[in-house]
Design a binder for this molecule. Structure first.
Ligand code: ATP
Ligand code: MG
Length: 504
């Protein structure tokens, strides 16, 4: 059954949810520049947060140190007051001496009330002040006591308030010292932790970005290789969003479209040249049946009266046969030269190769070379365009003919490969072979060793383009004096990938 694969235009495609099928320009945009900007903003934000946090901690530590200085001064004064209190109790010194440091301690509290409240809170500050006021009151009472009995009643209370006042202040100083130390340690460590985390994050982000860039660059290198090999299928990257590389892909697609067009022009120009070559041979081939027809018809007219009816009929049949032969030659050439829509269909490769040998039969005859064609039985069908494939085989056979001297041999064999995935056509000649130093160049467009007007140098490059588009390949094996073998491999209809793009 013939399968006809028509062109799928980008605009006609029924896009599914598969990101690969969404046209490049319709994808959401996340540019590389945006990614780099976001990464840097993130780094900046993190650095800003950590710096701000360190500043805040250090300010707190500063406040605590200030408080500790105030508390230290305060403690010195109240401890001094208590020393005078002790001297009074032991040596009966003047108790009023204790009031002076107490007054200083009170001044310290009043002057720094705001700062102390900030650290201790209002309640504790009030307790502190009340302890001092009570101690002060007891001191006054003691200094104005009239007798020992009255003094003995006041002293325990005085000592009690004194010790409470000192221990309360000492307890807070110790607590705040610990807290300041802890905060200081934290402020010292956090930047180190942050730097380490930032370093890991930077390595991760840089690796990610570099990997993305390198992978995409590698993919583009593969695209250029693919385009170089004549595959002009548009690039449809799989990523869901568009970035700077999408623009590059669009530029690539524009370039491949242009190249595809130019390639088609080359293809046509090579075909025209092949037609020119064939027409020379065909003219000769038409001459024979025309001569025979003329001769038979003349003889029939001349001997019409004398010839028996049977022989007359035979001669008429001869005329018909020769005319049909000429018609076939013309049809063959018209087929080859035909322009029109490319049609990819399931084809019998053996028939195509046979038709191609028929087209060049005269060139083969003139060159006095021997051409043998062998086709294996039960060959699977292949997908292709018969005109284009004929162009490939005509070129390979003409190349072999050109390389051979009279008496040379061309063997063509159509067979399956071992895994049955390809049908292979080998075109083998026993000519001089292709020198090793030009073997890498013969597929280049316009490379030819033939003298002017004999070859354009497009044959093999065009042939390779045609075969590649059908999912096949052409291989060369050649050595000096042993001849040349070209192998054309085309995938069978079962193994071929569905073609999404038509042949040009
Ligand atoms: N069977 C062969 N034996 C020796 N050399 C060959 C053979 N086939 C190809 N070549 C070499 O490869 C070159 C390129 O071949 P290609 O078919 O591309 O161009 P051409 O034959 O020179 O020109 P055109 O195909 O336009 O007539 C030839 O010029 C020839 O040197
Ligand atoms: Mg050629």
């Amino acid at each position: 059954m013939d399968t006809h694969i028509t062109e799928i235009n980008n605009s006609d495609v029924n896009y599914s949810s598969d990101p690969e099928n969404i046209p490049l320009h319709q994808r959401p945009s996340i540019s590389i520049r945006a990614k780099v900007a976001v990464s840097f903003s993130l780094f900046f934000l993190l650095s800003f947060t950590v710096t701000g946090w360190s500043y805040w901690i250090l300010t707190k530590v500063e406040t605590k140190i200030e408080f500790l200085e105030i508390a230290d001064n305060y403690l010195v004064e109240i401890q001094q007051a208590r020393r005078f209190e002790k001297n009074y109790l032991l040596y009966k010194t003047d108790l009023k001496e204790a009031l002076e440091p107490l007054q200083k301690a009170d001044d310290i509290l009043t002057q720094n009330s705001g700062k102390i409240e900030k650290i201790l809170g209002k309640v504790h500050f009030k307790t502190m002040v009340s302890f001092m006021a009570k101690y002060h009151d007891q001191l006054i009472l003691l200094s104005s006591a009239k007798d020992d009995k009255e003094r003995e009643a006041i002293v325990p209370m005085l000592r009690n308030f004194g010790s409470q006042m000192v221990s309360f202040a000492e307890e807070f100083v110790e607590k705040e010292q610990h807290s300041a130390k802890r905060m200081f340690l934290l402020a010292k460590r956090v930047p180190i932790y942050f730097m380490s985390a930032l370093f890991i994050l930077m390595v991760f982000v840089l690796t990610f970005l570099t990997r993305q860039l390198l992978l995409t660059l590698n993919r583009f290198m593969a695209y250029t290789r693919r385009i170089g090999e004549g595959d002009f299928t548009p690039i449809m990257p799989a990523r869901k969003y568009k970035d700077e590389f999408t623009k590059l892909a669009e530029a690539f697609n524009h370039m491949t479209k242009e190249l595809d067009h130019k390639h088609n022009v080359l293809l046509e120009s090579h075909k025209l040249r092949a037609i020119g070559t064939l027409v020379a041979g065909v003219a000769h081939e038409l001459n024979n049946p025309l001569n025979n027809t003329l001769l038979t018809a003349s003889m029939l007219i001349e001997d019409f009266e004398t010839l028996p009816d049977e022989e007359k009929m035979e001669m008429v049949h001869d005329v018909i046969n020769e005319t049909e032969r000429a018609q076939k030659v013309v049809k063959n050439l018209l087929d080859f030269a035909r322009e029109g829509e490319t049609e990819i269909m399931a084809l019998d490769l053996c028939k195509i190769v046979r038709d191609s040998t028929n087209l060049v039969v005269n060139q083969v005859k003139f060159a006095k070379v021997d051409l043998q064609l062998a086709c294996d039985e039960h060959l699977p069908l292949i997908h292709g365009d018969d005109q284009k494939l004929k162009q490939v085989f005509v070129n390979l056979i003409l190349n072999a003919v050109d390389a051979l001297s009279p008496g040379g041999k061309i063997k063509i064999h159509v067979k399956k490969d071992d895994a049955s995935r390809f049908v292979l056509v080998t075109v083998e000649d026993n000519g001089p072979g292709i020198p090793e130093h030009i073997q890498g160049r013969i597929f280049e467009p316009f490379f030819t060793t033939k003298t002017q007007n004999k070859g354009t140098g497009l044959g093999l490059s065009v042939s390779r383009g045609i075969v590649k588009k059908l999912g096949g390949y052409i291989r060369l094996a050649s050595s000096k004096d042993r001849g040349t073998t070209f192998t054309v491999a085309l995938p069978t209809t079962e193994s071929a990938q569905p073609l999404t793009k038509p042949m040009p």
